[in-house]
Design a protein around this ligand. Structure first.
Ligand SMILES: [Zn+2]
Length: 357
């Protein structure tokens, strides 16, 4: 039985019954996730360090619950700490969403991997963890593993819908898009397509398989939990906040919450604008650097390219008299993302493609 100081929860709603969440997770909170009402506070990840022997890492969240039988939605950002559009969107929603509008439960988690968010990095500076490759996590592992395990076993386990807002991050930028991973189940594919049409980013992508089968990602957690609907995004990126994608995603999320029955009225007047569907086939869609140097792209985001076409060239700053190394596309499609830093090492991803449906 842990001890607890009311002082440390000052400013937050405190549940008098301070028992930890009933799961093998060591993450705890003084907020009862089953309680009806609006609650703000922290999931607390035990982290004993030289500077803080009994310390914890805070994962801020807001829970809005009106009743037991409505849809349960988990909204996440900060899975990668340097992807900012989703974080800002969820900050704004956490302040604006009214309990009276909620028909089930909405849990808002804008800084899922808080150490990475605080550092403005994709990965956690505490343990190097890339959370979206660490599911199902480990309750006895490093902080990122502990957080991933908590999200999977406690938050995803109690959700019907999981929407996870990513962007390109510091090292890449994307055309604004939303995507689902096609697991081959026709009913789920149909439902996922409807969700993409309602969220209505300019581009919707059906991802046809991932290198690791997606099992290390939040998508894998949703699959293991059963019939949890998962959607993710790439809302710009480049280590900044992209204005237009953010505004479009805010309206899309307002529509989406109404579409899944989580709120009782549309939170936007805007009807869903058109979205164009692309498929991202496995294996051939990523273009990589095979040499170190300075990458000069020949194409822009949104350009249509064909197999064999030159994508760019890598210049060698140690031998400027040598011709640059050519990079070419191995597939036909549209350029969905590009690397932002010009300096590249062998193995860096330069671009990826989508194929129009
Ligand atoms: Zn991400």
């Amino acid at each position: 039985m842990r001890t607890h100081s009311l002082e440390e929860s000052k400013g937050h709603v405190v549940n008098e019954n301070l028992s930890p969440i009933s799961s093998p997770s060591r993450v705890w909170t003084d907020i009862d996730l089953d309680a009806v009402g609006r609650f703000e506070g922290y999931f607390r990840v035990p982290h004993s360090t030289h500077d803080s022997c009994y310390g914890w890492i805070p994962i801020p969240f807001v829970s809005l619950k009106s009743r037991d039988d409505g849809p349960r939605v988990l909204l996440m950002a900060g899975n990668h700490g340097d992807e900012y559009e989703g974080q800002v969107m969820l900050h704004k929603l956490a302040r604006s969403l009214e309990l009276e509008d909620v028909l089930g439960q909405v849990i808002i988690l804008p800084a899922a991997n808080y150490p990475a968010v605080r550092a403005g990095r994709r990965t956690s500076p505490v343990d190097g963890g890339n959370m979206n490759r660490m599911f199902p996590g480990d309750p006895s592992g490093s902080p990122t593993q502990v957080i991933a395990h908590f999200i999977e076993t406690v938050l995803v386990a109690r959700a019907d819908y999981v929407f996870d807002f990513h962007s390109g991050g510091s090292s890449s930028e994307y055309l604004p898009l939303a995507h689902v991973i096609d697991d081959g189940n026709p009913a789920r594919s149909k439902r996922a397509r409807e969700i993409l049409e309602v969220f209505a980013m300019p581009i919707s992508v059906i991802v046809e398989g991932l290198g690791d089968g997606g099992q290390g990602r939040l998508f894998g957690a949703c699959q293991r939990a059963g019939d949890v609907v998962h959607m993710s995004t790439e809302l710009g990126g480049g280590g900044t906040v992209s204005i237009d994608p953010l505004a479009r995603a805010e309206r899309g999320l307002a529509r989406l919450l109404h579409h899944v029955g989580a709120v009782q009225r549309p939170l936007t007047e805007e009807a869903a604008p058109p979205t164009v569907f692309y498929r991202r086939p496995p294996a051939r869609d990523f273009i990589y650097a095979l040499w170190a140097g300075i990458f000069e792209p020949y194409v822009k985001l949104g350009d249509l390219v064909s197999a064999g076409q030159a994508a760019g060239a890598i210049h060698d700053p140690t031998a400027p008299w040598r011709p640059p190394h050519p990079v070419s596309f191995s597939d036909t499609g549209m350029v969905l993302s590009r690397r932002v830093p010009a300096r590249v090492e062998i193995g860096d991803c330069l671009m990826n493609l989508g194929v129009p449906e």
